[in-house]
Design a protein around this ligand. Structure first.
Ligand code: 8YV
Length: 311
């Protein structure tokens, strides 16, 4: 029996299965443990179950001498210093596949909402401004026949491309899978909608910046359901203000949570959701299943079913 620390209560029954085999502490609060508390609670742990809101950095890893496994709840694991974990022989796992469709659906929800100015239109109803039917009011962009540029054609990017086919969109991408790959510059110049699906790495940090935003069409809409720091937010704010692009719909920001007084939020034609891409009950329960399967395997000395490093 090993000691595991889980940084949040999770939906479903997976944590019960973990607790049947190991000693498990689950952080009970709505807010995550602050970095100092997380570090303190990790010291005696053999297994950690963490998420996007938990920085598992080199100092935490160095301080946790008994740590054998880090199971991150999410497909992205940029919150974990994988190199530091690997150096110490700690297995790191993620939860791919089970959240692909939920995230692709939210991408399309954001795309459609931004194209049809849905939040602004709904707000006029609540504000009592729906006083007549108007031929010129709330005119949005047509999605059918438009070009969607997908930056990063991994699992989620491909699921978004499949949805786009159903809307008769033309799909461009920067992925490496087929001969149809094009450069980011060309994709930005040719797309009516640009959707980000690449992981956050040193190479993709601020990939969307003043220079690359300037390549986009003034009618284009940017969608980000990947990671906030892929977009240079002050540059995006300026681009929205100046009409360099027509709109943006973000499920991820930098930082998260985005303070209510962040300058970005006063930008025009902007939708911000609170990182709910994987947020269907089924997806979040399956993510918990995978994270627990990863921990159980690693604590039994086996490779995790979804292990991201070689140890
Ligand atoms: C997760 C995500 O819900 O899987 C990911 O990488 O961004 C989200 O969908 C989040 O990371 C929770 O840890």
């Amino acid at each position: 029996m090993a000691y595991c620390f889980v940084t949040r209560q999770l939906p479903g029954t997976a944590l019960e299965r973990l607790a049947a085999v190991h000693e498990v502490d689950i952080w009970p609060e709505r807010l995550p443990p602050d970095p100092a508390t997380l570090r303190k609670l990790s010291v005696g742990a053999a297994g950690l179950l963490t998420m996007v809101s938990d920085p598992v950095d080199a100092s935490l890893i160095a301080a946790s001498s008994g740590l054998e496994a880090i199971a991150n709840y999410g497909v992205g694991y940029d919150n974990v210093d994988v190199e530091a974990a690997t150096e110490r022989g700690i297995r790191v796992g993620n939860t791919p596949d089970v959240l692909t469709d939920a995230t692709a659906d939210l991408t399309f929800a954001l795309l459609l909402a931004a194209a049809r100015k849905l939040p602004q239109a709904i707000a006029t109803v609540r504000a009592g401004d729906w006083i007549t039917w108007e031929p010129m009011a709330h005119l949005g962009a047509e999605v059918q026949g438009a070009t969607l540029g997908i930056v990063g054609l991994g699992r989620i990017g491909q699921a978004v491309a499949r949805r786009a086919q159903g809307f008769d969109m033309n799909v461009l991408h920067t992925g490496s899978r087929s001969g149809s790959r094009i450069s980011l510059e060309s994709l930005l110049q040719r797309s009516d909608f640009v959707s980000l699906h690449c992981p956050l790495t040193p190479e993709t940090f601020h990939l969307i910046n003043e220079r690359t935003l300037a390549l986009m069409r003034p009618t284009a809409i940017l969608i980000n359901t990947a990671r906030g720091p892929i977009v240079d937010q002050p540059a995006l704010r300026t681009a929205l203000e100046n009409g360099t692009i027509a709109g943006a719909a973000l499920d991820v920001t930098d930082p998260e949570p985005l303070p209510a007084n962040d300058p970005l939020l006063s930008g025009p034609n902007l939708i911000v959701a609170p990182h709910i891409g994987s947020g269907t009950r089924a997806a979040r329960e399956r993510m918990a299943d995978l994270a627990v399967e990863n921990l159980l395997a690693a604590l039994a000395g086996r490779r995790m079913p979804h292990q991201v490093n070689e140890v």
